[in-house]
Design a protein around this ligand. Structure first.
Ligand code: SF4
Ligand code: ZN
Ligand code: ZN
Length: 331
């Protein structure tokens, strides 16, 4: 039997929020997610911001783009500007999501740009996955995460962006926080949770509008609204995150609301911790780092040894520089 929405009492419910014991229709779910996401955007965006949305074409970044575009359209006084950026890791899985990313950007009338990992780092994630042995010292996801993060920062900076928006959701942030705890890395834990809009030279501030939104809420809304987005998971997933995700999902099944309570607790615990980090410039690529070499260059050094080719060449951003004018013009 069709279930009515508990909020408006009118439309068919498409999603049940077990922690609050309410079922919601598409409109009420959208309003609820938008309220949380816009509160973050209102708090963290500044007038005149040039925003790059890191848009993989997956459900999270696609919804982040969609919601940010609605925010911009309803806040013309803030004079915000937006571009969608995909970093193509070079995996067969990414091909399908790039098409969907383009489709969504076109539908929303947003400028869209793609850079390949090969353009920037001289190697694709598919190359790493196919060639490194199973018992190699790091998982393919560790390489992918670090190289992609650095690529997004470097391209956004070359484009002259003032802020990067990502699609990280509540589940992602709780998982990453627990992984940092399991590794005993308190500095990384604080960095995961504290996203102050502080300008550190060369580091573009990041905003995560979906940080208080559950992954399954995002999936339900993306499907209900028919937003073009890839719903599958990358088949290369490896490493600690798989086990951590399972544990947190089981906990949420046992006690609804555990994820949001865990996130609030992490914020409270880390509120008074001041990490001692000195930001320097990487000796090879010039990216901001806390060591002499940034993580991406440390990894590229290892991969250069493994593949027998020099991957430490400075990345080329001619494309970003030449597209800068076009990207931010005539908005
Ligand atoms: Fe990269 Fe791993 Fe994510 Fe696949 S699952 S996109 S390899 S980090
Ligand atoms: Zn409703
Ligand atoms: Zn570097």
């Amino acid at each position: 039997m069709e279930r009515r929405c508990d909020i408006c009492q009118e439309n068919e419910a498409i999603y049940t929020d077990y922690s609050r014991g309410v079922s919601l229709c598409t409109n009420c779910l959208k309003s609820s997610i938008r309220r949380r996401a816009w509160a973050v955007l209102e708090n963290e965006l500044q007038e005149g911001d040039k925003i790059v949305v890191a848009h993989s074409g997956g459900k999270d970044s696609s919804l982040a783009l969609y919601i940010t575009k609605e925010f911009i359209d309803t806040h013309p006084d803030m004079k915000l500007n937006l571009v969608s950026l995909t970093i193509d890791e070079g995996t067969f899985y990414r091909k399908a999501s790039i098409e969907l990313a383009k489709k969504l950007a076109e539908k929303l009338g947003i400028r869209y740009i793609v850079f390949t990992m090969e353009d920037i780092h001289g190697i694709s994630i598919e190359d790493i996955k196919v060639n490194i042995p199973k018992n190699w010292r790091r998982s393919v996801c560790t390489y992918c995460g670090v190289l992609r993060r650095q690529a997004i920062n470097a391209v956004a900076r070359e484009l002259g962006a003032s802020v990067v928006i990502t699609g990280h959701n509540l589940d992602d942030i709780v998982q990453t926080s627990l992984m940092n705890i399991a590794r005993g890395d308190v500095n990384a834990l604080v960095k995961t949770l504290r996203h102050e809009r502080r300008i550190e030279e060369g580091l573009i501030p990041r905003i995560r509008p979906l940080k208080y939104v559950y992954e399954r809420e995002i999936a339900a809304l993306v499907i209900a609204l028919g937003i073009p987005a890839h719903l599958g998971k990358c088949p290369f997933t490896q490493g600690m995150r798989i086990g951590i995700r399972r544990v947190i999902d089981e906990l949420e099944d046992e006690a609804s609301g555990s994820k949001i309570r865990a996130l609030r607790s992490f914020y409270l615990i880390t509120r008074s911790i001041r990490p001692r980090v000195e930001i320097k410039r990487c000796k090879v690529c010039g990216e901001p780092t806390t060591a002499d070499l940034c993580k991406a260059c440390q990894f590229k050094l290892e991969l250069s040894d493994f593949f027998g080719k020099d991957l430490l060449k400075p990345p080329s951003f001619e494309k970003a520089s030449s597209e800068k004018e076009w990207i931010w013009s005539n908005r």
